[in-house]
Design a protein around this ligand. Structure first.
Ligand code: SAH
Length: 248
């Protein structure tokens, strides 16, 4: 059986228990070497074969799946959660065409890790109840209606992947779309890795503050990073719900 596993954002103990157990049983692991922390491979048995997909094509990955013992555990290890910019759909479609069975084990996305590092909550009452997960166009173009200025027009909380290398353009487009230049913004580099870095600023200041930081980083934008918000209704003493009567 083939398992697509979310490795989590970096720290070795931020993989799920299920993912760790499967790594311990695996006979073959194909990991995304450009982003997965190699420390996670320490969970593998000594006789486990390990391939780094950074230098492989989709066809080579599929060929490795085909050659693997179908009775043994084969792991495809992707960074964060595989459903976000994981390029797993094309692998799953190829496996479907070959009649090879697989399962997906979710992981902790870097967008969750970045919020944790910042002690932030994306969905604050009175600020935003929406998180936009997106990126700036790179080699992959953005579909119509999903340009950064169009997404920024919502004023929602934003988590931007794959865009830290174009920070100046990114922040300019966010402002062009409607965010005030003073809108809080943060860049989290390699969240939960030993060399993690956190830079807080505004849309106006972040490009300069983070000019020397590498690309494996998320850019978070919105009032949720700082400033006023409303208390939650769920824990408000004057509010009744299914499990609690309001205090008089
Ligand atoms: N599936 C992954 C994202 C893969 S796309 C997830 O759920 O996190 C790769 C992009 O993810 C990087 O360009 C960067 O924007 C972000 N990223 C991945 N790991 C990160 C980390 N530890 N800290 C900050 N950003 C990270």
């Amino acid at each position: 059986m083939i398992y697509f596993i979310g490795a989590g954002p970096g720290a070795k103990d931020l993989i799920t228990v299920r993912g760790m157990r499967l790594l311990q049983q695996a006979k073959l692991v194909i990991y995304a070497g450009s982003l997965v922390n190699p420390e996670l491979l320490e969970y593998c048995a000594t006789d486990c074969r390990v391939l780094n997909s950074a230098s492989m094509t989709l066809e080579q990955v599929i060929a490795a799946f085909r050659e693997a013992d179908p009775q043994a555990v084969t792991v495809r290890l992707h960074t964060g959660d595989p459903s976000i910019y994981g390029a797993i759909r094309e692998q799953m479609d190829a496996l479907d065409a070959l009649g090879l069975a697989y399962e997906v084990v979710p992981g902790v996305s870097s967008m969750n890790a970045a919020a944790a590092v910042l002690h932030a909550e994306y969905t604050l009452p009175g600020v935003s109840q929406t998180v936009i997960v997106s990126r700036r166009a790179g080699r992959t173009p953005m579909p119509a209606g999903e340009s950064i200025p169009e997404l920024a027009a919502h004023g929602a909380s934003m988590a931007l992947f794959l865009s830290a290398g174009m920070l100046g353009e990114l922040c300019a487009e966010l402002i062009r779309g409607g965010y005030a230049p003073e809108t809080p913004a943060a860049l989290v580099y390699k969240a939960t890795w030993p060399d993690e870095r956190v830079i807080r600023g505004t849309l106006a200041t972040l490009p300069e503050l983070a000019a020397d930081v590498g690309r494996t980083a998320l850019v978070l934008v919105g009032g949720f990073l700082q400033g006023p918000y409303d208390r939650s209704k769920l824990y408000d003493p004057s509010f009744s719900h299914m499990f609690r009567e309001a205090e008089k």
